[in-house]
Design a protein around this ligand. Structure first.
Ligand code: PLP
Length: 392
């Protein structure tokens, strides 16, 4: 079948027309259990009735006015995010990579604002992912992302993830910030050690640098805390979030302390669509739900249960699976056969997972998935692994 869509995605031959909770239905009526959550986006499942109601109520009132005017939903959502985090100020975007662009612009502007304009450089980490804009492919730096797209935005260096000594050694006169994902997502579900995050915070404090975190994939309850950095007891100066924040509606945000945001005055940054009334209505409802009493406790209970089930799955199929890793409902299973083979066998058994770096399959279910759906999804992965074993 020829398609008029630019062929930048290696798409699976599946096409879904309806979703409900953790289930997706194909055109032909086949139902799939969704263990990928649209890459950690459908945090509250498909067609969540509370989110659908929030969206349609706003849709009947007002869609778009632009940021020429105040947007009450945006003010409310910013207030909630500031209340729930280290942040004082929030800029809204339509995507994760735009939230990261804001974070990097803000860091550079901060140093220009405090009369240290020579500080422009950012230390980032190998195997990172920060999105697909020209700026953010340079920030991540991997050959796979940048090949053919040069010249790249200058100012980024890359050190091994988790290597505090290498990070310290990379700090120079021009260094402005350190940038990392507290749990690398695309890189293969690799959580930073608490001591590493604490060490980075200490380095930033000692050298007057800003600490930028990309919690686009690991934030908004995904790891069992509202934000993954909470585990280490440190806070960033600037943080990008997106994916789960809109529960499937395009929405991202760049959060910052007043100090880090000091240079971002009127006229320095903007977005036509960013923080529009529809997106913020949904974001408000997502935040209301994930901050309810017991929500994260339930996520952690489910996560513990799922982890046990996955450990058992790995033990049953030692030729297919290596180890389970991750935090909360952001889990990866290292595969011993090509991860795409496992993902494809999952399709045959009608369970969706997402391939990631280091040959993992990512398990990123809805945060409110039921225990029975978890059991069913793992049983389908078990059948998928058996399919692969037959052909080994
Ligand atoms: C998905 C992701 C991005 C990019 O988000 P987009 O919405 O695709 O622009 C950036 N950083 C991380 C950690 C991500 O997982």
């Amino acid at each position: 079948m020829t398609s008029a869509v630019l062929p930048t995605y290696a798409r699976a031959p599946l096409s879904f027309v309806k979703g409900e909770g953790s289930w997706l239905t194909e055109e032909n009526g086949l139902r799939y259990l969704d263990f990928g959550g649209g890459i950690a986006v459908n945090a509250l499942g498909h067609a969540n009735p509370e989110l659908a109601a929030a969206l349609s109520e706003q849709a009947g009132a007002l869609w778009h006015t632009s940021n020429l005017y105040r947007i009450p939903n945006q003010e409310r959502l910013a207030k909630v995010l500031a209340h729930e985090t280290f942040a004082d100020k929030v800029f809204f975007t339509n995507s994760g990579t735009e939230a990261m662009e804001c974070a990097v612009k803000m860091a550079r502007k901060y140093f220009s604002h405090i009369n240290q304009p020579e500080k422009t450089d950012i230390i980032a980490f190998q195997a990172a992912f920060h999105g697909r804009t020209l700026g953010m492919i340079a920030a991540a730096g991997s050959e796979k992302l940048v090949a053919g797209f040069g010249p790249l935005l200058p100012g980024f260096s890359h050190v091994p993830f988790g290597d505090l000594a290498a990070t310290e050694a990379a700090i120079g006169d021009k260094t402005a910030a350190i940038l990392l994902e507290p749990v690398q997502g695309e890189g293969g579900i690799v959580p930073a050690e608490d001591a590493f995050l604490q060490g980075l915070r200490a380095l930033c404090d000692a050298h007057g640098l800003l600490l930028i975190m990309d919690e686009i994939q690991c934030g908004v309850g995904r790891t069992g805390r509202l934000f993954a950095h909470e585990y280490a007891g440190v806070t960033p100066d600037i943080m990008a979030i997106a994916k789960g924040l809109g529960g499937g509606f395009p929405l991202g945000a760049c959060l910052a302390t007043d100090r880090a945001a000091a240079g971002m005055v009127a006229g320095t940054h903007g977005s036509t669509f960013g923080g529009n009334p529809l997106a913020c209505a949904v974001g408000l409802k997502v935040m209301e739900i994930v901050t309810r009493d017991e929500f994260l406790a339930t996520v952690n209970r489910r996560a513990g249960f799922l982890r046990q089930q996955l450990e058992a799955l790995v033990a049953t199929h030692p030729d297919v699976f290596g180890a389970v890793r991750g935090l909360g409902l952001m889990l990866g299973i290292v595969c011993k056969v090509p991860n795409t083979e496992v993902v494809n066998a999952g399709y045959d058994e009608q369970v969706l997972t997402v391939p990631g770096g280091q040959n993992v399959i990512r398990i990123l279910p809805a945060l409110n998935i039921s225990e029975s759906d978890l059991v069913e999804a793992v049983s389908r992965l078990d059948k998928a692994a058996t399919l692969i074993e037959v052909n080994l």
